[in-house]
Design a protein around this ligand. Sequence first.
Ligand SMILES: Cc1cc2nc3c(=O)[nH]c(=O)nc-3n(C[C@H](O)[C@H](O)[C@H](O)COP(=O)(O)OP(=O)(O)OC[C@H]3O[C@@H](n4cnc5c(N)ncnc54)[C@H](O)[C@@H]3O)c2cc1C
Length: 468
Amino acid sequence: MSKGLKTDYLIIGSGVVGMAFADTLLTETDADIIIVDRYAMPGGHWNVAYPFVTLHQPSSFFGVSSMELSRGTIDQIGLNKGLGDLASGAEVSAYFDEVMRQRFLASGRVRYFPMCDYTGNGQFNHKLSGEEFNVDYAHLVDATFMTISVPSTHTPNFDIAEGVRFMPINDLPKVTASPAGYVVIGGGKTAIDACLWLLQQGVDADAIQWIISRDAWLLDRANAQPSEAFVETIINTQAGQFEAIAGAQSIDDMFDRLEACGYLLRLDPSVRPSMFHAATISQAELAQLRRIKNIVRMGHVRAIETDRIVLTQGEIATSPQHLHIDCSASLARSFAHKDIVPIFQGNVITPQPIRAYQPAFSASMIAYVEANYDSDEEKNRLCAHVPLPNQDVDFIPMTLAMMMNQFNWSQDANLRAWIRDNRLDGFSKSIANIDKNDSEKMDIMKRIRDNAFPAVEKLQKFAASLDK
Ligand SMILES: Cc1cc2nc3c(=O)[nH]c(=O)nc-3n(C[C@H](O)[C@H](O)[C@H](O)COP(=O)(O)OP(=O)(O)OC[C@H]3O[C@@H](n4cnc5c(N)ncnc54)[C@H](O)[C@@H]3O)c2cc1C
């Protein structure tokens, strides 16, 4: 016999997306909310992240809108020196726990059901007690669209022979004796974190072998700094980005120009990336990564045997004394099973990115639009889905959709004001505060304005050529 519950909004998932959505809904409405999640704590994949994980972007625009996560400090040491603080995984988890307890539950309007599997049709069951629940809801919010696959919870898609030393990145700190060598598998941010951590621990760069199936374009963290001190850098790179796109003669030329203006980075200047997952790193981190010379570019790993690693384009030697570190979980795989759906569909809301690189802001704004606009048509117009990138060329539809959204938002005075005051929006406030008498910055702003429409036109042209 299942227990009956009734609510205005049933939210599935208490990762950053579910949390940021619920937070803004609490602010903007007097709705009652039920949140269901199969993990024991809010925060989604941060519950199972590796011990040395940190945010990739500054803490100041991560989390929920109503509660600050950043300490407001600039790092004085380490590879993030000179840039805004990056919360550690433990800090992110503690933060979401505090948001849940001090704000959501304390409001008396949120009921939270951790350790519960949602099975559809308003039904979920507690994994430990077995108790079953049936919710009569007015709106369903599926905040699981971006559910992340991480090495600690996924099964690698290659064979691993018995006797091979193999572990997910999470287990690296458990290593007790130095192996013959480290083999890092993966070309994304997780692999970057593994390499950087090993180097920081004093592991010789030559003891690291790094298997990269596809090189990635990377974002420079210096361009994602919300503090006033970085305004000029940010607008300058934005202007450079629009100029690069508007002036590009071809897609390859666009990437070259984006790199030349400092918007994009790559590991090896002689290898053209074919992947873009929006991984964000500092120049100091890049310099460290370039110390690793033993990079294997032979496609995907198919099998790890005791004496060799079989890849799609060849094989390399290994040994039972080598440690193989799985960093192969990919965004592509996480999202592959999801079909894009309109964000607002009757009484179902499926939060997805509406601004690239900013899942928290996206979820918060979707809740704001839900609370303040009427028809699904109008809500979906303001919240057009921004596709997540995987291949390098996915940068084109992603940037195009983001620029179109930004333009639509700029036409709505109330929305513009709300965005400027939302702490999850990194830049609008700083840009709005630029002194009109500061001719240097105003000249840069003019470059942004002059190149925005030509950039959109060029992206449309490139996007059309991709569709053929
Ligand atoms: C290493 C790393 C660093 C990152 N750094 C940043 C950063 O600096 N800035 C930034 O903006 N983003 C960053 N991200 C991305 C961001 O944190 C989120 O991963 C992403 O936006 C997805 O969040 P989510 O809430 O959709 O997914 P998740 O965190 O995966 O949460 C989904 C939740 O849904 C629950 N769930 C799914 N299905 C069910 C079900 N049937 N029943 C019950 N519960 C269910 C899961 O248990 C989970 O808690 C980073 C990601 C990684 C992996």
